[in-house]
Ligand binder design. Sequence first.
Ligand SMILES: C[S@@+](CC[C@H](N)C(=O)[O-])C[C@H]1O[C@@H](n2cnc3c(N)ncnc32)[C@H](O)[C@@H]1O
Length: 268
Amino acid sequence: MTANHPAEVAAHYATEQHLRTRIETHRRYTVGPDLEASLDELLRLNGQEALLDVGTGPGEFPGRLRAQGHRGRLVGVDLSAGMVEQASAHQPGVEFVQASADALPFADATFDVVTARHMLYHVPNVAAVLTEFRRVLKPGGRFLAVTNASTYLSELWAAVAEAALSEPSLEAVRASRGSFAAAFSELNGEALVQDTFGHIGVSFSHSALVFPDAQPVLDYLASLPSWHNLSGPEQERGRAALGQVLRPLLQDSGWRVSKTLVFLRASK
Ligand SMILES: C[S@@+](CC[C@H](N)C(=O)[O-])C[C@H]1O[C@@H](n2cnc3c(N)ncnc32)[C@H](O)[C@@H]1O
């Protein structure tokens, strides 16, 4: 899959199943700075802001803010009806709306804060979406995007590349990584945000996934859209090839896969 192919993105996120596997992988195996703590530090919310989270998925971010006492309006937008249904059922006190990031159903200057967490690489026209984010921000309102650095999970992708030498169908899985970095990462995100907002703040967070055994690695890869394009026999052979590659990597202390996130900030 290409990261920002609309039909493939819609199909992948029709339900939260695959995203849930990745969320749980990060929750269980991350070592190092916590994403939520880093975001809170960057946003420094006073609790009164009207905040819009775009590409909210199951809505856990605005749900957490509400549970922690945020008093201002909280809205989560997602393209997927399934995500909106899931979020509405589990995150009380947050408005969830099905809409596309490039056509937000809100008046100009509605929000104090707009966040876009791990979603801009799914958007075909990032510049148009950033313009839409700026439109719905109040003057002085703030924008924060989180995305994966181009080096994200490098060791994992090196293992997939090695396994592809014995199981060529894995090459398509390996190649899918590049489309995410090309769509929205530190390589182009800085210029895109700068062009829309006229300035940009960029920071990085370095953490890691430490896997105790092969199963969660295989589960993570099997949650990726590119894996679903493999036939049943290709998936079977792919798992075997990856198992061979992972065996020597999984030492007693676990296999460390580095994970760098990029935060891009701007204001209107
Ligand atoms: C990787 S998930 C991130 C979910 C959540 N923000 C998080 O960090 O866990 C990407 C989400 O963006 C949504 N999405 C993709 N393209 C979108 C678009 N054009 N407009 C709104 N949401 C979109 C997907 O449906 C999916 O729920």
